[in-house]
Ligand binder design. Sequence first.
Ligand SMILES: C[S@@+](CC[C@H](N)C(=O)[O-])C[C@H]1O[C@@H](n2cnc3c(N)ncnc32)[C@H](O)[C@@H]1O
Length: 266
Amino acid sequence: MKPVAIDVCCRKGGVTKGLQRAGFYVIGIDVEPQPGYPGDEFVQMDGLEVLRRFRDFCGVWGIDPTLVWQSWPCQFRNTATASNRARGLTDEHPDLLPLGRELSDRLGIPYVLEQPTSSVKGTIRSDLILCMDMFKGELPPPWVQKHRSFEFGHWPGPLPTQPEHPAGPVRGPSVHPFKPPAGHAGYVRGHRHNVVRRGAEAPYVAGYGKGGGKAKVWELRHAMGIDWMDDLFDLCEAIPPVFAEHIGRSFLNSLAAQGRLSGAAT
Ligand SMILES: C[S@@+](CC[C@H](N)C(=O)[O-])C[C@H]1O[C@@H](n2cnc3c(N)ncnc32)[C@H](O)[C@@H]1O
């Protein structure tokens, strides 16, 4: 029997797919219907409600989850939308993350909180930062610069390690979390910071928005290792499966090392 993970705010399943690859049976929770969701089960429900009545739901569903992953909407604290706030555009996303953390702490269940690394400082504890460059290996461009920060609660062993970030000549504000000599292999294509870049100097595509040289669907599918999503917004919102796979494997290996799981995830 596989260990069960709950993926709160699963959308079209970037995290879910990675956890499945690590060896989990994954139940996705989202307030919106998610046709095409690739997980093992899907429940349309408010994630906070699930955490509030967690033991009741687990009893009804006949499950005993080992991990709760939470990808609460990040727009509220993301610096990418700071300019909108500065222009007086209101943000309708409530701050769900602290509530999710509090409820999970009360349950005492292992959990992962995840946010874009560009989020305002203090949103979550940055126990780990992952970048797609750490995983792209021999993949030909286009690549995407995706950085995510992770906070781990009630973790059963050593925290997941940070894979090596290949050195690159182009540094910018988005690579600040990495120790030198990390940098990126080039620029992001399109119009950014009043400069238009294209061709060989811009092997990356932006993992958000439309227009101005931004990524096409096939480019993000390729760059993020996602072959089941056809919608640009879903792709922009998704966490690269390889991030969740890395963390999920580390988690399961810790359980196995403590004899709390039969067989390690290799
Ligand atoms: C950034 S997306 C998640 C991306 C996803 N984890 C992935 O890897 O593909 C955020 C999702 O949170 C969902 N959401 C927002 N508020 C929620 C809530 N209170 N309970 C459950 N899902 C919620 C949204 O419908 C959206 O699909």
